[in-house]
Ligand binder design. Sequence first.
Ligand SMILES: [Zn+2]
Length: 157
Amino acid sequence: MKQSPADRKAFENMAPGVLTAAGFLGNDERTLDRIIAEDEEAFLEHGLDFDKVADRLEDLAREGEQGMGEPITIGRLLVQSGEARGMLPCPWGDGLYHKNAVSVRPADIPPEACTEGEDMLIYSELSIHMLRVHHFCQGKGSPFRLDAAVLKQLLDL
Ligand SMILES: [Zn+2]
């Protein structure tokens, strides 16, 4: 797969300190097209659909708002929707998204035993947009990474 100029620009915007302090790539050393291609494969392997995952994450974020910033139980999950603090542009430059943080973890595991990106998910409105539109789940080691295996484990899809 050849990298388009838009992808090249997006990749530059994902570096730490450009749009966010931590950036979007974690400690992943793969190219953007590799990250996306391998996550598309992983979604397929786990029987996940990008649109359905994005819809489910949106539903959980909305339901979680009833907790007014405190974690609430939704099914077998504990969901905490934080307040939005400003807006963030998508690295592809196609929109502005709320800078909120939603965390989703299994209700039966104590919070201190959970590891971000391994048995719990943290995401924002921008994460959902990037997953839905660009099939970008963020790099390995990013606290906001939406890993297919973790999505499969937590979301009943
Ligand atoms: Zn975008």
